[in-house]
Design a protein around this ligand. Structure first.
Ligand SMILES: Cc1cc2nc3c(=O)[nH]c(=O)nc-3n(C[C@H](O)[C@H](O)[C@H](O)COP(=O)(O)O)c2cc1C
Length: 208
């Protein structure tokens, strides 16, 4: 079983990375292989709502000059995925938001019933908003999100400060342990119990 962790911070070795490293260590202890991909400093455009991905081969994004399609392919193959983002102005840092919009618009159908988790880091205020925004992607991707004892928000400003947030670190570790359990449980369950039948999504706009 393989899990990919996405570092959405521009800082390669900041608090987001520390949160993801902490989770990766717990997963590896449970025999789950991991890979951390740093996307937060990439030049990534936002979604332009062209809908090219809806009909394109492999449902790839129209922009082929950045890493989105390559990372999306990896995530589609992975058993589990974890998304980490710093809080910028009480929300997901910009590059990560561009990444998430395009990733889930192109690849949601491939993520159905995969195990997925999210973690936000913050200096002081807005971490829960960031976490909520990340969780919105996971919910619409029909992923299974493991629990923890508290919301997945870690506190810190400068690199490594998150280490001093004892409760935050414990919450992150407990989520990783739950993640490993849910991954194994669903893997075993999927062999015996088929996934619920999927129905075509009936879109209904509010003006008609
Ligand atoms: C542009 C920018 C905006 C930020 N906005 C907030 C904010 O709204 N609330 C907050 O508490 N911290 C804010 N911060 C601080 C970061 O969330 C904090 O330093 C976090 O640990 C960064 O994560 P990283 O080390 O993974 O990059 C901001 C930092 C930057 C650079």
């Amino acid at each position: 079983m393989h899990t990919i962790l996405i570092n959405g911070s521009p800082r390669a070795k900041g608090n987001t990375r520390l949160a993801l490293d902490t989770m990766a260590v717990e997963l590896e202890k449970q025999g789950i292989s991991t890979e951390i991909i740093h996307i937060g400093k990439e030049a990534l455009r936002g979604c332009i709502a062209c809908n090219y991905c809806k009909t394109s081969p492999d449902h790839h994004c129209v922009f082929k000059d950045d890493i989105l399609n390559e990372v999306a392919d990896k995530l589609r193959k992975a058993d589990g995925m974890i998304f980490g983002a710093p809080t910028y102005y009480a929300g997901i840092a910009g590059t990560m938001k561009c990444f998430m919009d395009r990733l889930f618009y192109t690849s949601s159908d491939y993520f159905r019933f995969k195990v997925a988790s999210a973690v936000a880091v913050v200096r002081r205020t807005g971490g829960l908003d960031t976490l909520h925004q990340l969780q919105n992607f996971l919910a619409l991707g029909e992923t299974i999100t493991p629990p923890s004892q508290y919301w997945m928000v870690g506190y810190g400003m400068d690199r490594g400060e998150l280490e001093q947030d004892i409760e935050g670190m414990q919450t992150i570790k407990k989520n990783a342990k739950a993640f490993a359990w849910v991954l194994k449980a669903t893997e075993a369950g999927k062999k015996n119990i088929p996934l619920p039948e999927n129905e075509e999504h009936q879109f209904m706009n509010f003006i008609h």
